[in-house]
Design a protein around this ligand. Structure first.
Ligand code: SAM
Length: 189
């Protein structure tokens, strides 16, 4: 991972200079909740502001809301029954992550100038029109792997790890330690 703590990528409140959203296509509610949950957790922890979910899954959204209450921040899972509308309404660059796309290292300098970003990630299959609707089709290596891995690398390259301030309002926080686990409450119950 790159140098996520780089001051120039963030404002003084710890927010990224460009807002990052994720659109997850092809979620299968009830069949495969774990992968999409991990995608949302990675998006939240690595600096995205929201994840649009198609088709919607209220249980998953509630799970992430619980994570937010406990660990802070304002990440949200937004139901997206009409994903084309999310793509159309996005003000900024729509970046479809696909192994068939342009190498990420080549795309990054352009995307850094492109304002807010919407990363689109698929499941087993994506609707073919997304290749045309996206402003960029970007590959994290030209091999098949996972939407979680692809998103994590893309967020690291284009955002960087959020500072602790981005997770304000947490009930608890981790005190990083070399060995063992240390978690402290941040406010009285
Ligand atoms: N055929 C797919 C593709 O277009 O990348 C692989 C399907 S993979 C199971 C599910 C999702 O993971 C894809 O829709 C894509 O968003 C992401 N993904 C997998 N490998 C990737 C890669 N090398 N680069 C970028 N994204 C990738």
């Amino acid at each position: 991972m790159g140098t996520g703590s780089s001051g120039s990528r963030r404002t003084s409140t710890g927010k990224p200079r460009r807002e990052i959203s994720v659109l997850r296509l092809g979620h299968r509610p009830g069949r495969d909740p774990r992968l999409t949950t991990h995608l949302a957790l990675a998006a939240r922890a690595l600096g995205a502001r929201r994840m649009y979910l198609n088709p919607p899954d209220p249980d998953l959204a509630q799970r992430l809301a619980r994570v937010g209450r406990r660990w802070g921040g304002d990440f949200e899972v937004v139901p997206a029954p009409d994903w084309r509308r999310v793509v159309r309404d996005h003000r900024g660059t729509v970046v479809h992550l696909t192994m068939y796309g342009e190498p990420i290292d080549r795309a990054v300098p352009r995307l850094r100038r492109g304002g807010d970003l919407l990363f689109v990630v698929g499941g087993a299959k994506v609707p073919p029109e997304i290749y045309r609707l996206a402003g960029a089709n970007v590959a994290v290596g030209a091999q098949p792997h996972s939407e979680v891995a692809a998103l994590a690398v893309a967020l690291d390259r284009l955002g960087g790890l959020p500072t602790a301030r981005a997770f304000r309002g947490a009930e608890r926080r981790i005190v990083p330690t070399v060995r063992g686990k240390r978690v402290v409450p941040t406010r009285r119950p």
